[in-house]
Design a protein around this ligand. Structure first.
Ligand SMILES: *[C@@H]1O[C@H](CO)[C@@H](O)[C@H](O)[C@H]1NC(C)=O
Ligand SMILES: *[C@@H]1O[C@H](CO)[C@@H](O)[C@H](O)[C@H]1NC(C)=O
Ligand SMILES: *[C@@H]1O[C@H](CO)[C@@H](O)[C@H](O)[C@H]1NC(C)=O
Ligand SMILES: *[C@@H]1O[C@H](CO)[C@@H](O)[C@H](O)[C@H]1NC(C)=O
Ligand SMILES: *[C@@H]1O[C@H](CO)[C@@H](O)[C@H](O)[C@H]1NC(C)=O
Ligand SMILES: *[C@@H]1O[C@H](CO)[C@@H](O)[C@H](O)[C@H]1NC(C)=O
Length: 481
C-alpha cells in the first residue's frame, strides 16, 4: 500500500497545520475558527464513530481510480479490496472514496474493513449487465423474488465476514435503478434484480451516514447475520419505483436501525425470515431488532412491514418514535396460510402519522407463494402484538385486522391512540376478523373483538438489547480533496 501517499498526507497535513498556526498567531484567532477552517480545507483529519478503527488506510486513487463518472472503476474497487484484505489480521484496513463520481460494477467486501465515502463522493452503479455476477438463490427463499432462477449480485456484497463498516460524511451510492425498473416492468429479466447492499452470514456490521438513491430493488439487505447497526441513512427512490424497500433485516439477530429518513416505492423497513417451505426448512428467525427515529414516506406501502416472508419466525421487535407521512400503513403484519413460522412479541410505541390509509393493518391472506410446493397446513402463529402512544391524522381506515379462520391472531394490545379520520373516511373504521385482544383509550372506538379494558399501557420492554450497548470508537481518517 502506498507509503508515498501516507508521507504525502503527513507532509500536507503538517503544512496545513503550520499555516493554521501562523494564522492564529497573526490574527489571534480562537480555536473555533481553526475547526471551521479545517472543515472546508482541502485536506483534513476527519473523526468518525465506528465499531472499530483500522490500522491501514488507502484512497481509491492509490489504485488508479478515476472519478469522472464515465471511466469504469470496477477492477479498481475489486483489486483495492483484494489487496487491503491482507491487513485483516493486522489491524484491518480502510478504503476512502474521495469526492467525485465513481462508476463501478459490483464488488465484494472483506473482513475488518471500512469503506468510507467522503462528502461529495458518489458511487454510480454500472448499467452494464455483463459486469454483474450471478449468485444462487437464497436458501430460505428457494427462488428469486423477481424470477425463479438465480439473481444478480448486489452492488456491494459480502458473505462470511466479520467487522465491516460502510460509512462516510453522507457520501452517496446511486444504484441508477431506472435501467432495472424498466427491464423488470417489461419482463425482460431472467434473474432477480440486484440489491444495493447485501451482507450475508456475517457478524458485526455498521452501515451509517450515507445517502442511498435509486436502488435497482431493495436497498440494504442484511441476511443470516448478527450484530448489525444501521444509522443515519438517507434512502431515496421514486415512490412509484418497483420493490425499492429501504432496509430489510432478514433472518438476523441483534439489529439496530436508527435515525434514518426513507422515501421509497415499497416498505421503508421490511422485516423478513424466509419464504414458505424454504423458510420453514431453513428455520432462521429475525429476533432482537430495534427500529427507532425513522421517518418514512411510502404512499403504497408500510412504514414497517413484518413479512410477508416470515416463515423462519420474527420475534422481539421494538419500534419506537417513528414518523410516517403520506404512507399506506404504519407497522403492518403480512402473512398467509403456508407460511408457517410466527410473528410474536412485537412492541411499538410513539408513532406520529400523517395521511395514512390504515393505521393498523394485519393481513392473513397475503398469498404470494414461491411455488405450488407450500404446505397448506403450515399456519403462521401471530401473537403478542403491542401498540401504544399513536397519534394519527387524515386517516382513511383506522384498522383492518384480518386473521386466519381457525388460526386467529391473538394477544393484540392497543393503548393510548388518537386517530383523526379524514373527510373521505370510511364508515366501518375498525374491520376485525379472526383476531383477539384488548384496547385502552383508543379513538375512534375499536371493534368488539378488541374490547376496551380500562386504563393501562400496553407493554414495552424495559431492558436494552445487547446491540444498544455497543460502544463506538472514535476513528480518525485523513481525507483528500
Ligand atoms: C455520522 O452521524 C453522526 C450523527 O449525526 C455523527 O455523530 C457522526 O460524527 C457522523 N460521522 C461522520 C463521519 O460524519
Ligand atoms: C492497531 O493500532 C492500535 C492503535 O494504534 C494498536 O493498539 C494495535 O496494536 C494495532 N494492531 C495491530 C494488529 O497492529
Ligand atoms: C463475490 O463473492 C461471491 C460469493 O463468493 C461470488 O460468487 C462473486 O462472484 C463475487 N463477486 C465478485 C465481484 O467478485
Ligand atoms: C445527507 O444528504 C441528503 C441528501 O442530500 C440530505 O437530505 C440529508 O439531510 C443529509 N444528511 C445530513 C446528516 O447532512
Ligand atoms: C388527506 O389525505 C388525502 C388522501 O387520503 C390527501 O389527498 C390530502 O391531501 C390529505 N390532506 C392533508 C391536509 O394532508
Ligand atoms: C372487512 O374485512 C373483511 C375481511 O378482509 C372483508 O371481506 C370485508 O369486505 C370488509 N368489510 C368492509 C365493509 O370493508
Amino acid at each position: 500500500m502506498s507509503h508515498t501517499m501516507k508521507q504525502y498526507l503527513h507532509l500536507r497535513n503538517s503544512h496545513v497545520t503550520g499555516v493554521i498556526s501562523l494564522i492564529i498567531i497573526l490574527l489571534g484567532a480562537v480555536h473555533v475558527k481553526v475547526a471551521e477552517c479545517r472543515e472546508y480545507d482541502g485536506l483534513n483529519n476527519v473523526e468518525y464513530p465506528a465499531i472499530n478503527c483500522r490500522n491501514h488506510s488507502a484512497v481509491l486513487t492509490d489504485f488508479g481510480g478515476v472519478g469522472d463518472g464515465k471511466t469504469s472503476n470496477t477492477e479498481v474497487f475489486r483489486s483495492a479490496i483484494s489487496k487491503l484484505s491482507q491487513y485483516a489480521s493486522d489491524g484491518g484496513a480502510e478504503l476512502t472514496v474521495p469526492p467525485g463520481k465513481w462508476l463501478t460494477g459490483p464488488f465484494n467486501l472483506t473482513s475488518h474493513f471500512t469503506l468510507f465515502l467522503q462528502k461529495d463522493a458518489v458511487l454510480l452503479a454500472s448499467q452494464d449487465e455483463s459486469e454483474w455476477p450471478h449468485l444462487p438463490v437464497l436458501p430460505s427463499y428457494g427462488r428469486g423474488r423477481d424470477a425463479p432462477g438465480g439473481r444478480f449480485s448486489s452492488l456491494i456484497f459480502g458473505t462470511n465476514l466479520v467487522d465491516v463498516v460502510i460509512t462516510g460524511q453522507n457520501g452517496t451510492i446511486d444504484g441508477q435503478g431506472s435501467y432495472w425498473w424498466y427491464k423488470f416492468r417489461n419482463k425482460q429479466l431472467k434473474l432477480t434484480r440486484p440489491y444495493m447492499i447485501e451482507i450475508m452470514y456475517s457478524d458485526q456490521i455498521q452501515i451509517s451516514n450515507l445517502t442511498l438513491v435509486n436502488s435497482p430493488s431493495w436497498f440494504v439487505h442484511p441476511i443470516y447475520s448478527s450484530n448489525i447497526i444501521i444509522q443515519g441513512l438517507t434512502i431515496l427512490a421514486p415512490v412509484t419505483s418497483p420493490n425499492t424497500d429501504g432496509i430489510n433485516p432478514d433472518s438476523c439477530t441483534n439489529t439496530m436501525i436508527e435515525d434514518c429518513y426513507i422515501v421509497s416505492g415499497d416498505d421503508c423497513v421490511a422485516v423478513k425470515s424466509g419464504w414458505d417451505e424454504y423458510g420453514i426448512r431453513f428455520g432462521m428467525p429475525t429476533r432482537h431488532l430495534i427500529i427507532r427515529r425513522v421517518t418514512c414516506i411510502s404512499p403504497d406501502s408500510a412504514m414497517v412491514a413484518l413479512g410477508s416472508e416470515m416463515s423462519g419466525g420474527i420475534e422481539d421487535v421494538r419500534v419506537e418514535d417513528l414518523t410516517a407521512i403520506n404512507t399506506e400503513s404504519a407497522v403492518r403484519i403480512k402473512t398467509a396460510v403456508g407460511r408457517g413460522g410466527y410473528v410474536k412479541n412485537i412492541f411499538v410505541r410513539g408513532l406520529k402519522l400523517n395521511t395514512m390509509k390504515y393505521v393498523f393493518w394485519m393481513t392473513g391472506s397475503y398469498g404470494s407463494h414461491p411455488d405450488p410446493g407450500f404446505d397448506p397446513k403450515a399456519l403462521p402463529i401471530i401473537s403478542g402484538i403491542n401498540y401504544r402512544d399513536v397519534i394519527a391524522k387524515n386517516v382513511t381506515y383506522s384498522a383492518k385486522l384480518e386473521g386466519i379462520s381457525n388460526d386467529p391472531f391473538t394477544e393484540i394490545c392497543i393503548s393510548n391512540v388518537n386517530i383523526q379520520v379524514s373527510e373521505q373516511r370510511k364508515k366501518l373504521q375498525w374491520n376485525c376478523t379472526d383476531v383477539a385482544g384488548v384496547t385502552s383509550n383508543v379513538t375512534p372506538l375499536p371493534c368488539l373483538l378488541l374490547p376496551e379494558k380500562g386504563n393501562f399501557n400496553c407493554p414495552f420492554p424495559n431492558d436494552k438489547l445487547p446491540i444498544e450497548n455497543v460502544r463506538f470508537k472514535t476513528c480518525s481518517l485523513k481525507t483528500v480533496f
